[in-house]
Write a protein that binds this ligand. Structure first.
Ligand code: FEO
Length: 170
C-alpha cells in the first residue's frame, strides 16, 4: 500500500506524461506542415517516449494495489511563430516535468515511502537526459538553424528511433 498523497501525485503524473505526449505530437504536426520531416520524426518519437512514461507510472500504481484515476488531457495546441519556438517550449516543458517528479520524490521521502523513491530514481535520471536533449536541440538550432544548416539538422533528427525504456515493470 502507498500513502494517499503519493497515489494522487502518481495519478496526476500519468496525466502530465500523456499531456507531454500530446504536446510533442502537436509540435510534430507543426513541423510536418512545414515539410521538416526530421523535426517531425524527433517529436513523434518523443511523444512515444512520453506514452512509455505514462504506462510506467500506471503499472507502478497498479502493482501497489491502487486504482488508476484518468483525467482529461488539456488541449496542447499552440500557434508557433517560427521553427525555434517549439524547441524552447519543449525545454521549458521538460523543466516543468522535472519539477513535478521532484515534488513526488520529496513527498515520498517525507512519508518514508522508500519504494517509491527507488522507483522514481529512474525518472530523476531520465529527466536529466530529457533536459539535455531539449537543450541540445535548441543549441543546435541556434547554431545551424538556417539555410543548408537547417536541411542538415532536419536530416540528422530523422535518424531518431523509438526504443523501449530501460525500466521494465511486470
Ligand atoms: Fe516524461 Fe519528457 O518527461
Amino acid at each position: 500500500m502507498l500513502q494517499k498523497s503519493i497515489v494522487e501525485l502518481l495519478n496526476a503524473q500519468i496525466n502530465k506524461e500523456l499531456f507531454s505526449a500530446y504536446l510533442y505530437l502537436d509540435m510534430a504536426d507543426f513541423y510536418a506542415s512545414a515539410g521538416l520531416e526530421g523535426f517531425e520524426n524527433w517529436f513523434k518519437v518523443q511523444a512515444l517516449e512520453e506514452q512509455d512514461h505514462a504506462m510506467l507510472f500506471r503499472q507502478y500504481v497498479l502493482n501497489n494495489g491502487h486504482d488508476i484515476t484518468l483525467s482529461a488531457i488539456a488541449d496542447p495546441s499552440r500557434e508557433y511563430k517560427d521553427f525555434k519556438e517549439p524547441l524552447a517550449a519543449a525545454l521549458e516543458h521538460e523543466r516543468y516535468v522535472t519539477d513535478s517528479i521532484n515534488t513526488i520524490y520529496s513527498e515520498a521521502i517525507k512519508v518514508k515511502d522508500y519504494r517509491t523513491v527507488q522507483f522514481l530514481d529512474w525518472f530523476v535520471k531520465e529527466q536529466g537526459e530529457e533536459e539535455k536533449n531539449a537543450e541540445d536541440n535548441l543549441r543546435k538550432f541556434e547554431l545551424f538553424g538556417t539555410g543548408k544548416g537547417l536541411y542538415m539538422l532536419d536530416r540528422d533528427l530523422k535518424a531518431r528511433v523509438h526504443t523501449a525504456p530501460s525500466l521494465v515493470l511486470d
